[in-house]
Design a protein around this ligand. Sequence first.
Ligand code: GLU
Ligand code: ZN
Length: 477
Amino acid sequence: MPTSISSPADSPGAVVTRFAPSPTGELHLGNARTALFNLLLARHGGGRFLLRIEDTDAERSHEAHTQELMADLRWLGIDWDAGPDREDAQGPYRQSRRAGLYADYFARLEQAGTAYPCYCTALELELARRAQRAAGRPPRYAGTCRGLTPAERASRSAEGRPASLRFRVPAGERLTFTDFVHGPQSFLTDDIGDFVVRRADGTAAFFFSNAIDDATMGVRQVLRGEDHLTNTPRQLLILAALALPAPVYGHVALIVGADGTPLSKRHGAVSVRAYRERGYLPQAIVNHLFRLGHASPLHGLLGLDEMAAGFDTHHLGRSPAHFDHQQLTAWQKEAVHRLDAAAAQAWLAAYLPTDLAPGARTAFIEAVRPNLVLPEDVRAWVEIVFGAPPALTPEAEALVRSAGPGYFAAAAAAAARDATDLAGIAGAARTATGRRGSELYLPLRMALTGRAHGPELAPLLRVLPIGQAHERLARFA
Ligand code: GLU
Ligand code: ZN
């Protein structure tokens, strides 16, 4: 039995991590963070990162989900050294293709008497659990089939009773290990009931296939969500019983929403795909995830290489990490700012007028980019710049009119001379009215764009269609 396991920082040798999703739905942000952290841990240590698809639940697992998961991971920039589409000697990387390997280890456990067939029906198990709860005890397997004689087993099999395979948990022992996030852990084996390693339908249970695969794939560090912390003692028992090497385990606190409950659909979009479809950039998402439950002194928008260099398991959080939409938005703005011209065009393509000359298109994007968080935000600016002169609300119109017709007559005249010369236009209005600062610029901005806020005026003037600056100003002269 393992008594002590050291943390990866202290364990010399290779770093081999993995991401092990079940393909039962879309990749959500919590899982994406787990994948990212495992990638970074591997890259930080110059090791390997594996992708293993945990599809033993044939009913809920779908190949389409596997394909989408892989596409979403790659979109985030998370790529693996080996996986279902990149097999190697430790594969296959789909659990559904590893039944033969599991059978071998089931046989070993049965031969050693470390596992035994359990013939209890779902109903019998449920009744036993209820009785335990009623008696104020935590529900665990009552041990009904633990001591069956070979003859009793034979007769139950002869009756055609389906059997699951249960792991025989040793009584009266204390199991300890060091979680590299949570520190020393201690469990009493008496608190762990004998658990199913093979379901009655012959498929491997999660505890089993997950542990066997980590050992046989050479995984050294398992970094996963805190919800799996209490599974770990069972997995260590399985590995010890089979004399297989155990990885070190670290369980990172879950991501919660603003209200402190685990991040879920109630908090809005939680799948990577949903964010992607709305136009969030992968750099923004991974930069937010990098700081969720991982305290990093590194500031600014980081690339994956920089994140890997700065990734530190000692900085992983034990308390829940808050998903913060405002922070994601801040990273998104930063990522939008950093897009090169071609990428910015591709990002906005669906919303741009198709008849723009290439030069005008680029100038327009550069003019409005600082005001965009999502691609759809460009719609309003397309309308403002290329549509009819923007209408004003009564309040805005009152404000504009307060500058006086002389202001606009002078500005319009200057625009007629050079519609792209902001200094010239503003200078003429100043000379005519004596206005300065925002008193000077706000009426210009509102007459030109219909809004009090927006992109800088100088680049905006350069993209307005010919005659528009003059027309928009002259209407108030
Ligand atoms: N398939 C499991 C899950 O998605 C894997 C847990 C683990 O990383 O060990 O929760
Ligand atoms: Zn039983």
